[in-house]
Design a protein around this ligand. Structure first.
Ligand SMILES: Cc1ncc(C[n+]2csc(CCOP(=O)(O)OP(=O)(O)O)c2C)c(N)n1
Ligand SMILES: [Mg+2]
Length: 430
């Protein structure tokens, strides 16, 4: 206090000195990890309000965790979606295929076949189980970590790989960063690298659907870090004000590249609680429990379809691997986090559930994993016929100037001619 001439503290009076808070993650590289501070709720113990309830009735669920699968690998409680074994197996297969796809594309990046890839390891349920609870023509506005939706909707793997390789088969003609897919026939909105822009777009689409008296709803996915963007808050406000038929999924995988969830406000309130603040029904769900994700999505979809309005779902999960192929998580978080994560792995949990109910076994799982790897390998070979990064088998250079204006304006025509001229001088053999 004696650090100012009048001896009365920096502020010049006797009030306490203020402290500035900078969030700091609990564990850094080399630290022992103890996740016991995370409250893991009892599976089956969460009430399931009516789909048409007042948003405030979801209040207890924004700090809880909707869970169905127990440690006994059985389904529990009112959120059990009671899916038949075929549907459960389909879910497991799609999640396993997504993981196999990620594995191979990651290796492809390391082999120089593409410049970039992003895995969704550990988060497969948040896209696959959610997609399965929606209608195939519901419009989805994903982030870059929901490749599971495209796979669940039957988009050909070879088309995904063509896009990743930016080759001559790439339907997007190399104009998008690898993995930023788009498919109108699959009601899959073009992925944008500009975080959270998809959230107001989804709400706007849902509002338009309602204005037209259509029956399709919209769903969007955004990372917890991206909820710090103003776009997310504008989306919540519009969704609440116009009672838009939309599902706002926040995938809380704890990390936004090297920033932990505290920088998006995670130390203060759950991400589900933000929705309730806007008057949106909100659920906080175990994102590694495929049955809980399915049940919550089904609840929200029924609500939206019946004009009950929007739902925000926080999927509490963990990003098991690096942010992307450009990231090295060992530089900023403890390697122990993945193995200590208290909610386990979504694929293992669903597999164990199917085994527990007598509808699956380890041999079939092994055969499935092998079949998935083979399927991805075959699609990769097909895509490679169209070229990989750096082999020059991309779309013709001049296409870069096309498809924006109906008629190419004179200045672009000049630029195109100049670019093509210079290219011929630099690379005469191409
Ligand atoms: C507007 C904007 N700001 C920053 C970035 C750079 N960036 C790309 S991904 C990312 C982290 C996003 O984390 P989160 O929203 O939690 O999603 P996750 O990657 O964990 O799925 C950042 C900061 C960007 N692409 N766009
Ligand atoms: Mg994140």
């Amino acid at each position: 206090m004696a650090d100012t001439p009048n001896g009365r503290g920096k502020a010049g009076h006797n009030r306490p000195e203020l402290h500035f808070h900078v969030p700091e993650p609990k564990f850094r590289p080399g630290d022992a990890v103890d996740f016991s501070y995370i409250k893991v709720s009892e599976p089956g113990a969460q009430a399931r309000p009516d789909e048409m309830c007042d948003p405030i009735e979801t209040q207890s669920l924004v700090n809880d965790l909707v869970r169905v699968l127990g440690d006994d690998n059985r389904a529990h409680g009112p959120w059990d979606p009671k899916l038949d074994p075929d549907t459960l197996r389909k879910m497991l297969e799609t999640m396993a295929l997504t993981r196999a796809f990620d594995e191979r594309m990651y290796r492809g990046q390391r082999q120089g076949k593409t410049s970039f890839y992003m895995k969704c390891t550990g988060e497969e349920a948040t896209s696959v189980a959610a997609a399965m609870a929606l209608a195939n023509d519901d419009m989805v506005f994903p982030s870059y970590r929901q490749q599971g939706i495209l796979i669940a909707r039957g988009y050909p793997l070879v088309e995904m790989i063509n896009q990743i390789y930016s080759n001559r088969g790439d339907k997007l003609k190399g104009r998008q960063l690898p993995i930023m897919y788009s498919s109108r026939p699959h009601s899959f909105f073009t992925i944008s690298g500009n975080l959270a822009t998809q959230t107001p777009q989804a709400v706007g689409w849902a509002m338009a659907s309602a204005m037209r008296g259509d029956s399709r709803i919209a769903a969007t996915w955004v990372g917890e870090g991206s909820t710090a963007e103003g776009d997310f808050h504008a989306a919540c406000l519009f969704a609440a004000v116009y009672n838009a038929p939309v599902i706002l999924n926040v995938v809380n995988n704890q990390w936004a590249i090297s920033s932990f969830s505290g920088f998006a406000g995670g130390e203060r309130a759950t991400f589900a609680a933000r929705g309730l603040g806007y008057g949106i029904a909100s659920l906080r769900v175990d994102g590694n429990d495929a049955l809980a994700v399915y049940a919550a999505t089904q609840w929200a979809a029924d609500r939206a379809r019946s004009n009950g309005g929007p739902t925000l779902i926080e999927h509490f999960s963990y990003r098991a691997e690096g942010h992307s192929t450009s990231d090295d998580p060992s530089q900023y978080r403890s390697a122990q986090e993945r193995s200590e994560w208290p909610l386990g792995d979504p694929i293992m949990r669903l597999k164990d559930h199917l085994i527990a109910i007598g509808e699956w076994d380890e041999e079939r799982q092994e055969a499935l994993d092998l079949a998935c790897a083979e399927k991805v390998k075959a699609a990769t070979k097909d895509a490679e016929k169209n070229g990989v990064l750096g082999h020059g088998m991309h779309h013709p250079f001049h296409t870069m100037f096309e498809d924006v204006f109906e008629e190419l304006p004179w200045h672009l025509e000049e630029q195109a001619a100049q670019a093509i001229r210079e290219r011929k001088i630099k690379w005469p053999q191409r």
